[in-house]
Write a protein that binds this ligand. Structure first.
Ligand code: SF4
Length: 344
């Protein structure tokens, strides 16, 4: 079953907060509030572009603080999806919002319009980090809202950031453990980037804030991803999407942005898995059978893992195997009949 999300960006123009890392206009690449006809056109265009028949399609209202806009506005947006839910072309709705913008009235409305998943921008579950990031809510508010969402029968998503001021890997791991404990079914991990016009941009210019390096961000994300995977929490995004307004223009000032961030993290995970194979040099051809869905990550970004393995084996061949589970592999050493290639 292929999962698709039709993204609709609804910036909350009146967001009363100014989180230290956020310049929403730059991140979403627009400060334009889409009108009804535009949203419906987006649904139709996306649906026409989906080629796979066996699919689950969700509409995601992202961009700001969905439940922070007036209830009547929320209702107008949600109403647009209802005919598509009824005719079966769309199967679910997800919204993203702030933890302190959840209450019974909001949950009732979201339930009435068949919202399936509520994603909260938790960012951290450490009060010191939340305060330093000017989030304007506490960890306790994230916990309370998460419990409310779960007990009202919604799926819960909790997004987190790494590299915020006052943050460190131990705190990020503690946040991840709390996200698991709160019953989130999915998460997004965003390494903090310094965006023009934000408070963090100012701090960065005055040497009061230092973003993570790409290496640190990949290393931390690897640990978090493994922890979430072990607990069955789906990591639906690692790093900002290249389309999120950062590749063009000069909005991105500093920070660990990479257009293939997820691939870098998965490359490292497979690199660790292959480490036991890299103890000595062997004059054999290594055939590595890996899961079909993981073959690119096993080979690695720019063939990093293959190149490392080639320092230990004469030849390395990756074979996609649909019967293997996510991180399983089978190594097959083929003794070469031709003369050894490594100097003896
Ligand atoms: S991150 Fe969300 S709450 Fe914070 S300033 Fe941006 S839109 Fe507002």
């Amino acid at each position: 079953m292929k999962h698709y999300t039709i993204p609709v960006f609804i910036p909350e123009l009146a967001c009363p907060f100014q989180c230290a890392f956020c310049n929403q206009q730059k991140i979403s690449g627009r400060l334009h509030v889409p009108v009804k006809a535009e949203i419906v056109r987006t649904f139709d265009e996306y649906l026409r572009s989906f080629k796979i028949k066996k699919r689950h399609v969700e509409v995601g209202f992202f961009g700001g603080t969905f439940t922070g806009i007036p209830l009547t506005e929320q209702e107008k947006y949600l109403q647009l999806v209802q005919p598509y839910l009824e005719n079966g072309n769309i199967q679910g709705i997800r919204i993203s919002t702030r933890p302190d913008y959840i209450n019974d009235e909001v949950l009732e409305l979201l339930k009435k319009y068949h919202v399936s998943t509520i994603e909260l921008g938790a960012q951290s579950l450490d009060d010191e980090v939340l305060k330093a990031a000017h989030r304007g809510h506490t960890a306790m508010q994230v916990e309370k809202s998460s419990r409310k969402i779960r007990s009202a029968g919604f799926e819960l998503g909790l997004q987190m950031m790494i590299g915020l001021p006052e943050d460190k890997i131990e705190k990020s791991l503690a946040t991840a453990r709390k996200i698991i404990e709160l019953g989130a079914s999915n998460t997004r991990i965003y390494p903090v980037l310094v965006i023009k016009g934000t408070a963090m941009h100012r701090w960065y210019m005055h040497h009061q804030y230092k973003p993570l390096t790409l290496y640190e961000a990949v290393y931390q994300s690897k640990q978090l991803l493994l922890l979430f995977e072990k607990s069955g929490v789906k990591v639906i995004r690692l790093g900002l999407h290249p389309s999120e307004g950062l590749l063009h223009g000069s909005e991105l000032v500093a920070g660990p942005f990479h257009p293939s961030f997820r691939e870098l993290v998965l490359t490292e995970i497979w690199g660790d898995i292959f480490k036991p194979l890299m103890k000595s040099k062997q004059n054999v051809q290594l055939n590595l059978h890996v899961p079909l869905s993981e073959i690119n990550y096993a080979i690695g970004h720019r063939a990093k893992n293959k190149r490392l393995l080639l320092k230990h084996f004469v030849q390395v061949r990756f074979v996609a195997n649909a019967t293997l589970q996510v991180r399983q592999y089978v190594a097959e050493n083929l003794v070469l009949t031709s003369p050894p290639y490594f100097p003896v």
